[in-house]
Design a protein around this ligand. Structure first.
Ligand code: UD1
Ligand code: UDP
Length: 394
């Protein structure tokens, strides 16, 4: 069977890497990869780290791309690849414009689509925008729906979707597990990574920040920066912010924060270094989807700069708090975690509602027609949890 995995952005690459790796060990499957280049630089960082070579590499990205132009370019570039490869199925991930346009292109050619990270919902088409629509669309056309959690599967069931839904866990936990294990087992690597973070100060606790959501462009980013300016005045906080390459993020963030001594604005980091930085953080402030899943697994408190989330599991567990973009709310939430040890301890409770590191294995089992179990928190093995926690903490 010929399986073509199509992805184009950094988070998709992180989350598809374990699947592509697992597929490469299957003799019954010819696994091919097409990257769309929706993200050019940030995607390449991930491919290099996981040693993934693209069989087809498209060049869809334009500076400051608008969604319709991007969508049109993607479908025009993807169709000849589908024509040439004639895959038996395509695999797409999540909720990006790449995932949606690839699913549409395959649907038009009657090629079956499998959706990794199916069933995430906020219930609000404007948040996250345009991702909530993208993922609903992909779920409608997919015949295999790999849901990361039982809640995601319940969302699919509630929508009466025709695809077969299986709870696999989120592949981001596989990627995180692979990466933290590498860091834990290799002292030289650890030292090398730390040498790349010379600005971290022992007398200040790290507040790690990321942000790139389109619905926060404009007013949202100005508010976020206002909050960071306030927080940078505290001598016990050091802010490190790898700034997304989107100019709608770069311009306001550099203008508001680049002159502040307590704030380190840096280039997007490769995944290995970013995981190391997460391990060394005291608190993480983000609007990212993937970071919301990774941080609870690392036992790090996360404040999410969104009003709603499609990943409510860690919110229920108390390790993730939604703070929106109101500066007063962000500052109050960060300060509580810095000033109240009890609140911080509670938010560091390490949970893994998103996966057990076996999502890719389950996905590949299904693709190969083998029986598999489903991921569920209640089934999560206690010993495995303890072992995983030990590596994640190194
Ligand atoms: C996209 C996805 C979002 C995903 C996010 C992950 C859509 C609509 N959005 O948002 O779902 O969560 O990626 O990061 O699919 N740029 C570069 N080099 C890069 C990457 C980006 O220069 O390697 C700049 C370019 O100017 C580009 C811009 O960033 O035009 C925006 O990239 P785009 O993919 O449109 O949007 P994201 O905000 O990254
Ligand atoms: N990430 C990274 N380098 C960075 C910032 C984030 O490798 O400088 C990783 C992060 O660990 C996560 C993924 O990129 O796995 C999330 O990407 P992003 O926040 O851009 O997208 P989202 O998850 O919101 O779709």
């Amino acid at each position: 069977m010929k399986v073509l995995s199509i992805f184009g952005t950094r988070p998709e690459a992180v989350k598809m890497a374990p699947v592509v790796k697992a597929l490469s060990h299957e003799t019954a499957i010819e696994s091919l990869v097409c990257v769309t280049g929706q993200h050019r630089l940030m995607l390449q960082q991930v491919l290099d780290l996981f040693e993934i070579k693209a069989d087809h590499s498209l060049d869809a990205m334009l500076p400051n791309q608008a969604l319709n132009g991007l969508g049109a370019r993607l479908i025009a570039l993807l169709d000849p690849v589908l024509e040439a490869v004639k895959p038996d199925r395509i695999l797409v991930h999540g909720d990006t414009t790449t995932a949606m346009m690839a699913a549409l292109a395959a649907f038009h050619r009657h090629i079956p689509v499998a959706h990794v990270e199916a069933g995430l919902r906020t219930g609000d088409l404007t948040q996250p925008w345009p991702e909530e629509m993208n993922r609903r669309y992909v779920d409608v056309v997919s015949d295999l729906l790999f849901a990361p959690t039982t809640r995601a599967k319940a969302n699919l069931t509630a929508e009466h979707l025709a695809g077969r839904a299986i709870v696999t866990g989120n592949t981001v936990i596989d990627a995180l597990h692979m990466t933290t294990r590498r860091i834990a087992l290799d002292r030289h690597l650890r030292e090398n990574l730390d040498a790349h973070l010379p600005y971290l100060r022992a007398n200040q606790k790290l507040l790690l920040v990321t942000g790139h959501r389109r619905e926060n462009f404009g007013a949202g980013f100005i508010e976020i920066c206002d909050a960071l300016v306030k927080l940078s005045q505290r001598s016990d906080i050091q802010i490190v912010y790898p700034v997304h390459l989107n100019p709608n993020v770069q311009i306001p963030v550099l203008a508001a924060l680049s002159h502040l001594p307590n704030v380190h604005l840096i280039e997007p980091l490769d995944y290995l270094l970013f995981v190391r930085l997460m391990q060394r953080a005291h608190v993480i402030l983000t609007d990212s989807g993937g970071v919301q899943e990774e941080a609870p697994a690392l036992g790090k408190p996360v404040l999410v700069m969104r009003n709603v989330t499609e990943r409510p599991e860690a919110v229920s567990a108390g390790t993730v708090q939604l703070v929106g973009t109101d500066p007063a709310r962000i500052v109050a939430a960060v300060e509580q975690l810095y000033d109240d040890d009890c609140a911080w301890e509670q938010a560091t409770y390490r949970i893994n509602p998103y996966g057990d590191g076996r999502a890719a294995e389950r996905i590949v089992d299904v693709l190969c027609g083998r029986a598999t179990d489903e991921f569920g928190v209640e089934k999560f093995d206690q010993v495995e949890t303890a072992q995983l926690a030990a590596t994640l903490l190194q």
